[in-house]
Design a protein around this ligand. Structure first.
Ligand SMILES: CC(C)(COP(=O)(O)OP(=O)(O)OC[C@H]1O[C@@H](n2cnc3c(N)ncnc32)[C@H](O)[C@@H]1OP(=O)(O)O)[C@@H](O)C(=O)NCCC(=O)NCCS
Length: 198
């Protein structure tokens, strides 16, 4: 029998998650934030940070705490595989950061996180989502374009590490995005049955 793929769910990021989030961020981004910035962001009332968590049925490696962990977590353990963060603006949601563990990319986790960004914006009845992306970041730009984001402008010399231009992208009116988002969600769940929670 085929082994079942580990389930991936989303939950709010906590301070305890920061070391794992930092590891992913440092591996995924060329200009990583200091850990204290994440801690500051978690205290920012206008921000929301979410982690994608892979839950496996395998017990954690045997050790003196295994029995205790099993008693606490019922024989499952979780591992953070991605995260995103947004800021609530007056009428926009600003996507501040989104990243997936490099070893876990191309499994739909980025899409799942971006769907959550849309869900948050729509629940808050905001008009649109705005983000900045490096001009050279073809992977992220392809994902954003699949969600309907379009280039709205550019910011020269935005990234101080290499003086790269930022492309500013807008989602367009969220009131018109419902069908596209529903189709992306359906496609994701069909491509990865049993992996993502509904
Ligand atoms: C961008 C990122 C979050 C995507 O995460 P992911 O889990 O790989 O995303 P998915 O598997 O859901 O793929 C979503 C889409 O992204 C694009 N994409 C992702 N990886 C790609 C690659 N290696 N080559 C081309 N396109 C790619 C594709 O359009 C893909 O859709 P498809 O699989 O239907 O073709 C991930 O590449 C990442 O963490 N990059 C580093 C951090 C970063 O650049 N963040 C964005 C800052 S603005």
């Amino acid at each position: 029998m085929e082994p079942t793929a580990p389930r991936i769910s989303l939950r709010d990021m906590t301070r305890d998650d920061v070391p794992a989030v930092k590891r992913i961020e440092s591996a995924a981004y060329q200009d990583a934030w200091p850990a204290r910035l994440f801690e500051k962001e978690l205290a920012n009332g206008f921000a929301q940070y979410v982690v994608a968590v892979e839950e496996t049925a395998d017990p954690p490696p045997a050790g003196p705490l295994t029995a205790l962990r099993r008693a606490m977590f019922g024989g499952t353990h979780e591992r953070i595989v991605g995260f995103m963060g947004v800021w609530y603006m007056v009428d926009q949601l600003h996507l501040v950061t989104i990243a997936v563990d490099p070893g876990q990319q191309r499994r739909g986790i980025g899409t799942r996180l971006l769907l959550e960004v849309f869900d948050l914006a729509m629940e808050a009845e905001l008009n649109e989502i705005v983000l900045e992306v490096r001009e050279s970041n073809d992977r992220a730009r392809a994902m954003y374009e699949a969600f309907g984001f379009r280039k709205a402008g550019q910011l020269l010399d935005y990234y101080k590490d290499n003086h790269e231009t930022a492309i500013v992208m807008l989602s367009g009116a969220l009131s018109q995005a419902g069908d596209r988002i529903a189709a992306i969600r359906e496609g994701l769940y069909a491509a990865h049955p049993g992996v993502f929670e509904g």
